[in-house]
Design a protein around this ligand. Sequence first.
Ligand SMILES: CC(C)(COP(=O)(O)OP(=O)(O)OC[C@H]1O[C@@H](n2cnc3c(N)ncnc32)[C@H](O)[C@@H]1OP(=O)(O)O)[C@@H](O)C(=O)NCCC(=O)NCCS
Length: 179
Amino acid sequence: MQEEKFTLKNGKVVTIRRLRATDYEAARDFIRQFSTESIFTHQYPGQPDIDRKKSEELYEREDNCFIGAFENGDRLVSIANFRIDRPNHPWAGRNCGFGISTLEEYCSQGLGTHLMYLLEKEARAKNMHRIYGSVRALNRRAIALYLKCGFQIDGLFKETAFINGEWHDEYHISKILEK
Ligand SMILES: CC(C)(COP(=O)(O)OP(=O)(O)OC[C@H]1O[C@@H](n2cnc3c(N)ncnc32)[C@H](O)[C@@H]1OP(=O)(O)O)[C@@H](O)C(=O)NCCC(=O)NCCS
């Protein structure tokens, strides 16, 4: 994908491009902040920093797609990604799992909608047939986004996470890309 500028609803402009190995520090700083802001992903406050070598490999692998939105060219404010489950598998090689994480000050500004569009575009370019994810049942904003983008809810997984003294359910969602 080409690097591009995207204007948020509040008029701010972010730069969107593929993440590279050299973005390790930006991604580490992003995750440090993001993990304290949201209970809606697997990141949690106080978790160890991501491993440099692993994340560099993750960003550069051809069968992964990591897209970042940057403020002022260098501060990461959102990461959207998908990974192909079994790239060379003859039957199951066209499924990919996605995720999006955005700093709270950049949420509800239209960025998630655009990143979802870009993820789908890249997934289609990689000949993916199905894109899927999971979302906590309490995460109304994310569910609204995914339904708006044409995802369907495949099922409810009960009590998959215990957060702040409560069990949380999770929906599994997916979209067939060729329809
Ligand atoms: C979930 C997330 C990716 C959505 O991205 P975003 O940039 O905030 O989303 P957008 O602004 O493009 O769109 C959000 C939509 O949800 C709607 N929405 C916002 N809050 C809502 C709520 N509480 N209930 C229902 N709908 C809501 C908005 O109106 C908007 O729809 P519209 O464009 O038709 O008006 C982003 O908020 C995020 O990263 N949040 C923190 C981490 C997270 O939850 N990640 C997803 C894990 S599955």
